[in-house]
Design a protein around this ligand. Structure first.
Ligand code: NAP
Length: 280
């Protein structure tokens, strides 16, 4: 029987996930479809019950439901439990609903696709302490990154994540700006530089060290002011599209048992976003 998958959120029309997953099904000859469903917060519980009844094989969860959906699921994997947020639901063979979070692991896959696995002891500066940064921090730690500092406008939020990691340190944006030379890997997770946003950089990159690695999770535009400034200092840069594609690919693997073609998808979405730029 044809399988069906979905993404739920409010709003949802902007999501590129349906296009991505449907293209992967076509490419791999999987008899399935993936649809966007607009679910308002007050209807979340009913939506989950309906999905169960109608026999979906799984679905993605986006803003604002990532935390709110947890009470309606039967179990969580380790990372989703630590994060208190779910972006992927799998219906198990026993009919149970299991929540995963593939955002942070998607980022780490995208990063290591460019820089390999030999930099896990390098000092990392994670810039921002919102939902995305939180997932990335836990996924970095689970992967084996041992030296993580988090800088945030509201330092208490960075400190909260550090406390949960039981490792690393929290600093203010000003402290980070003054000590950039201490780090080798920079991960920009604030909305700085977004096409629709109102601030270009989280702080001045005047003291950015030569030959570092700079990743941004914003992917519209693909080349953010942060990446531009870092590249001018000789950094290896990693844009945010890879995180989006790999979080979807990990969800796909949970549902269908194999990893889809991420390189072709990154090329396709890059072209749509008006870029011919690749990570370098
Ligand atoms: P969030 O939970 O709202 O967190 C936003 C973060 O940015 C917080 O640390 C916040 O600091 C900081 N921030 C906001 N405005 C700022 C300003 N004017 N100056 C300095 N810091 C500021 O958001 P999120 O869910 O983590 O998402 C963050 C960005 O990542 C968004 O642009 C989103 O589109 C992108 N994203 C990309 C992917 C991907 O697949 N590539 C996935 C998820 C998210 P405070 O704590 O001080 O408020």
């Amino acid at each position: 029987m044809k399988k069906w998958f979905a993404v739920i959120g409010d709003p949802i029309a902007q999501s590129k996930s349906p296009e991505m997953h449907n293209a992967w099904y076509e490419e791999a000859n999987v008899d399935a479809t993936y649809i966007p469903i607009h679910v308002k917060p007050e209807h979340l519980q009913q939506a989950v019950a309906s999905f169960k009844l109608l026999g979906t094989s799984g679905w993605n969860v986006t803003i604002p439901h990532k935390q709110a959906i947890i009470p309606f699921l039967d179990e969580l994997d380790e990372l989703a439990e630590k994060m208190g947020a779910v972006n992927t639901v799998v219906r198990t063979a026993e009919g149970k609903l299991k929540g995963y979070n593939t955002d942070g692991p998607g980022f780490v896959k995208s990063l290591e696709h460019v820089i390999g696995t030999t930099k896990r002891e390098a000092p990392v500066l994670l810039i921002g302490a919102g939902g995305a940064a939180r997932g990335i921090a836990f996924a970095l730690q689970l992967t084996g990154y041992t030296n993580i500092t988090i800088a945030n406008r509201t330092v208490e939020k960075a400190q909260q994540i550090i406390d949960e990691l039981h490792a690393g340190q929290a600093v203010s944006m000003q402290e980070a700006e003054q000590s950039l030379a201490n780090y080798e890997i920079f991960i920009q997770t604030t909305p700085a530089g977004m096409t629709t946003g109102d601030f270009a950089l989280p702080f001045s990159l005047e003291k950015f060290p030569a030959g570092a690695i700079a990743a941004d999770i914003v992917y519209n535009p693909l080349m953010t002011p942060f990446l531009q400034a870092a590249e001018q200092k000789g950094a290896t840069i990693v844009n945010g599209l890879g995180m989006f594609v790999h979080q979807g690919a990990i969800a796909y693997q949970h549902w269908l048992g194999h990893y889809p073609n991420t390189n072709a998808m990154i090329a396709r979405l890059t072209a749509q976003l008006g870029g011919n730029y690749v990570n370098r």
